[in-house]
Write a protein that binds this ligand. Structure first.
Ligand SMILES: [Zn+2]
Length: 97
C-alpha cells in the first residue's frame, strides 16, 4: 500500500496567480527544466503554495522552475529554472467589438 502524502498541487493551481500578470494560459504552455532537461506542460508541474508566493517545481526532478512572489504592489516572477517556456499563441484571438 502506498501512503505517500504529497503537499503539492498541479500547475492549474498556479494559473490563477499567473493569470493576473500574464495574458496567456500558462497551464497550456510547455517548459523545459533547466536542470534535467525534461519538457513538460506547465500543468504537470508540482506547485507549492504554502510559502509567501507560488513555487512550481519540475515533476521529474523537483528543480524549481518558477517562483512568483507578491511584494506590496509588485510581482516578482523568477523563471530561471526553465530553459524556455513555449506558449500557444492561438489563444491570442482578437475580440472584435
Ligand atoms: Zn527537472
Amino acid at each position: 500500500m502506498s501512503s505517500h502524502t504529497y503537499d503539492y498541487l498541479d500547475g492549474n493551481a498556479a494559473a490563477g496567480e499567473l493569470s493576473k500578470i500574464l495574458a496567456v494560459d500558462v497551464t497550456a504552455a510547455e517548459g523545459q527544466c533547466a536542470n534535467c532537461g525534461a519538457t513538460k506542460r506547465f500543468a504537470e508541474a508540482h506547485v507549492y503554495m504554502k510559502g509567501p508566493g507560488v513555487v512550481a517545481r519540475c515533476a521529474v526532478c523537483e528543480h524549481v522552475l518558477l517562483r512568483l512572489v507578491n511584494v506590496r504592489q509588485r510581482v516578482f516572477l523568477d523563471v530561471r529554472g526553465m530553459t524556455y517556456l513555449s506558449l500557444d499563441t492561438s489563444q491570442f484571438q482578437e475580440s472584435s467589438g
